[in-house]
Design a binder for this molecule. Sequence first.
Ligand SMILES: *Cc1c(COP(=O)(O)O)cnc(C)c1O
Length: 522
Amino acid sequence: MSSINQSGWKPEMGSASDSAPATYTGNKALMLEEALIFEIGTAGTTGVDLAEAPKVASRLGNLERHRDIGLPGLSEPETVRHYTRLSRQNYAIDLGFFPLGSCTMKHNPRLNEKVARMAGFADVHPLQPVETVQGALGVIHELAHWLITLTGMKAVAMSPKAGAHGELCGILAIRAALTARGDARSVILCPESAHGTNPATAAFAGYAVENIPATSEGRVDLAALKARLGPDVAGVMITNPNTCGLFERDMRDISDAVHAAGGYVYCDGANFNAIVGRVRPGDLGIDAMHINLHKTFSTPHGGGGPGSGPVVLSAALAPYAPLPFVDKDGDQYQLVEEETAGEHHGSSFGRMVAFHGQMGMFTRALAYIMSHGADGLRQVAEDAVLNANYILRGLEDVLEAPFAHSGPCMHEALFSDNGLADGYSTLDIAKGLIDEGYHPMTVYFPLVVHGAMLIEPTETESKATLHQFIGALRSVAQRAKAGDPSLKSAPKYAPRRRLDETQAARKPVLVWREPEHAVAAE
Ligand SMILES: *Cc1c(COP(=O)(O)O)cnc(C)c1O
């Protein structure tokens, strides 16, 4: 098998300190090397037999291709093995603990998968007549009802297809509300600890973005926020619980101050898992908030499935919600595609997507909600917070926890790189964790903490899993504090060793060239 890779690197066959001999194949028992499909496939091979195409007169006016298109071909078993081998080099929530902070990587219950695959849901088409999809519209309507009830808001826009897409929906609703009252405002305020999507959304929608500083406790500086409010501020975007894993205790005061200054409050609800069933954002004065169904409501994400980001809206913003939406008239569900007079969607800002949103995710999320019930959802938040605090307390004597003095955390535990040996960083710890069989935690985010490590265990991990992870991370952290040189070259056991990430980002090699061309080009 070829060990030459045209993207410019060679798989390392192990360093001199490896005790095991290099194998002929490059495979290490069940860990199989896999070349690019271009390196193993040949143009003549195919997994299907197609009849010779009948000759037809070309209508392309001499523009037709005369050379082969050069796609690599594999037989069916070779194809299956290629992709199965690649999939084994990946990490997945079904394989092990995935402590990524701010991502809520929780177990995706199999019941949800079963429900989503039922033909009545899986095989419907968005252009079918509404009389034939009453059940599917009923699912959307029922899920919408749960989301409105859980958040204490007036309305919900179901169509946005991710958290960031939901942010855009909320900001467009805010802009529509301001435009309707003839009040063009130009600035959105975001705290320092904001998720990168928040300022990106505001900028994408045409707003200038200004930072609000954090207090030494890791929360929004209320006095600084109040001082900046004025007639040019369209609104604020605040994550609660925030990305330091802390609840913004001043949320009600923040909302009151922003409203008094004529602005609107957007809440990034990606971390809703920490408070679902315990806190209703509507009670905190929030005007718009997205909910990531792929986080709190356990639908697959991270390469495993499409996201879904419904946006709940206050009475002030409900009239501007996007179309379409599902309404119930007697016992018939309707998909309302046009603006109608009334307090809901009466002055809709338009559409976010062609159809009604991610049907498969709605089905899974509703199955999750109904299998937990209201009391079960409250327990989700409680257990997620308990697990995060277990991690915080299990590590704070080896890793600095900068906000641990301000009390328990919410759903995620935050550490800094303070106290590691000279020349050792968060990156070394993350790479060391790969050798221990874990996907690394979120690193270098939030920016308010030096060398941040953000760990979100979620409620679906057992005490035994948390124990093993804490043990592994303690061991790696102690190696980083002692300056263990072998940690600098971790990961040692992953299919690829430490990559030059800067080079990969600055000079990505996106095109594969046949070796002779590659040589000629050099
Ligand atoms: C995940 C996340 C987002 C973005 O959600 P996507 O569905 O990935 O677009 C926004 N804000 C916070 C705090 C998040 O954790």
